[in-house]
Design a protein around this ligand. Structure first.
Ligand SMILES: *Cc1c(COP(=O)(O)O)cnc(C)c1O
Length: 466
């Protein structure tokens, strides 16, 4: 499989290079040159497969000859063997038409494990035959940092430096990062906000000399391999609910548009998807874009679903690429306009094309709490604030009565215990795999939000390129 940039002028890469690369050289994001498709019979044939077997079947065309099928299967077995449920991503029925797809059975209790556990293994595999050492840097407001650290801890030829804002991530989230004591894991609490942390990471990538010397790399959701791993559970769930004979709808709590874009890819590959519901909280740029064509940046409001407190959704560019007829030069011009004006208007044609598959909803704090209570009272399920936003949007969606609606449950409720208790009166406990978190030793550095101090700290600990 060959990968092209959404902005049309970066080199075409294979799967291995695309996995190790971040942003394309022209500022765009990499995508497969064509969408591979499955026939109806091939989709029906997924019915008897395990999660790992489904993953291999769905991902093999994207991986191409970068890995043999046997190697791909071994990596999937290692990645998904660390999940605590035998079905990896089990479905739970809520009522006659609503289901939850539980994506939080991985080591750090959020859906990001599904992609990052595999990505960590792909990094190690591809680096083993190269003469390079990678330095992964990132900024986190919680979930991404812990999932990336768990995935990369102890892996050869990679160091990870994760910046979090001091005092502004939950105790569970901080401890999930800082109690990982592997020598290649480096946590840095900065005196500043999440935006400051993100700006520091950006500045380090922009410092060409520094970025080159330490082979800086990222594991954020613009990475193609992450999206690829997320396509799998759409097939896995839909087939269990009757696909390809019966179309299924999905409601996806959305931040960076990565998870729901994976659902879009599943549909492009032939999965009969009745609708993809893009559920946002009050940070609603995606809802405005998909309902009235207004993709314009507002200010970020902090909510009880912090992983969705995002204004610019980086992966939306991948959908815009298709909506621009896959013409990189045209999209590059639009994105330049967006970067200077902070807004972009979708044309009526683009809106109607997107509307064929996407619906959207904006869910406020009251509607979120109501959805949490509904799940508790009607199905005896305690759900987290992100999943509740998805469920509220799913229940409000106008869909034919015979279409099953699957809400993606993206985090374990114990990760957001205060918000869950406020809405439901229940205080979910940490599952066994996370027990002991509060007894473990923590290790992290505390640094000022200054690029000089952070770069000096990293330079002392990372491995420079020869
Ligand atoms: C990251 C995250 C999301 C948003 O996913 P995107 O791929 O950024 O749209 C939703 N819920 C939780 C719990 C997350 O960690």
């Amino acid at each position: 499989m060959r990968y092209v940039s959404t902005r049309g002028s970066a080199p075409i890469l294979g799967f291995e290079d695309v996995t190790l690369a971040g942003l394309a050289a022209d500022g765009g994001l990499y995508l497969p040159e064509i969408w591979p498709t499955l026939t109806r019979d091939e989709i029906a044939g997924l019915a008897g497969l395990s999660y790992v077997e489904t993953a291999v079947a769905i991902m093999a065309p994207f991986v191409g000859d970068a890995l043999s099928r046997t190697e791909l299967k071994l990596l999937c077995e290692a990645a998904y063997g660390r999940f605590s449920h035998a079905a990896v991503t089990p479905l739970t029925q809520l009522d006659h038409r609503h289901w939850l797809l539980e994506l939080f059975h991985g080591p750090t209790l959020a859906f990001k494990d599904v992609a990052l556990q595999l990505l960590g293994l792909l990094f190690e595999r591809f680096l083993s035959s190269r003469d390079t050492h990678l330095t992964v840097i990132g900024a986190t407001s919680g979930d991404t940092g812990s999932a990336a650290i768990d995935a990369l801890a102890g892996r050869a030829k990679v160091d990870i430096f994760m910046l979090h804002p001091q005092g502004r991530v939950s105790d569970v989230q901080r401890r999930q990062m800082t109690t990982v004591l592997a020598p290649n894991v480096h946590n840095i609490a900065i005196d500043g906000s999440f935006d400051d942390a993100q700006a520091l990471v950006k500045a380090m990538f922009a410092d060409r000399a520094f970025a080159g010397r330490f082979s800086l790399s990222a594991v954020n959701s613009i990475n193609w391999a992450r999206l690829m791993a997320q396509i799998v559970y759409y097939f896995y769930a839909a087939v269990r609910l009757g696909a390809p004979d019966r179309p299924v709808a999905f409601s996806v709590p959305t931040g960076n548009f990565g998870d729901v874009f994976a659902g879009y890819v599943a549909a492009r590959m032939g999965l009969p998807v009745a609708k993809l519901i893009v559920a946002t909280n009050v940070n609603d740029i995606l809802h405005r874009a998909l309902s009235v064509g207004d993709y314009s940046v507002g200010t970020v409001t902090a909510t009880a679903a912090p992983s969705m407190d995002i204004q610019v959704s980086s992966n939306f560019e991948r959908l815009l690429f298709d909506l621009h007829g896959r013409e990189g030069a045209r999209l590059a011009a639009s994105m330049q306009g967006f970067e200077s004006e902070r807004k972009l208007a979708l044309t009526a044609d683009m809106l109607s094309e997107a509307g064929g598959i996407f619906a959207s909803a904006r869910v406020d704090a009251d509607e979120m709490a109501l959805a949490m209570r509904w799940a508790c009272q009607n199905a005896n399920e305690v759900i987290d604030p992100h999943s509740a936003i998805g469920l509220a949007a799913a229940r409000a969606a106008a869909l034919p009565a015979d279409v099953p609606v699957v809400t993606l449950a993206t985090a374990h409720p114990a990760k957001f215990v205060e918000a869950v208790e406020r809405a439901t009166g229940k205080r979910p406990g940490l599952p066994a795999r996370a027990a002991g978190l509060f007894e473990r030793e923590e290790r992290y550095a505390r640094l000022p939000a200054e690029i000089g101090a952070i770069e000096a700290y990293i330079a002392e600990r990372a491995t420079p390129t020869a």
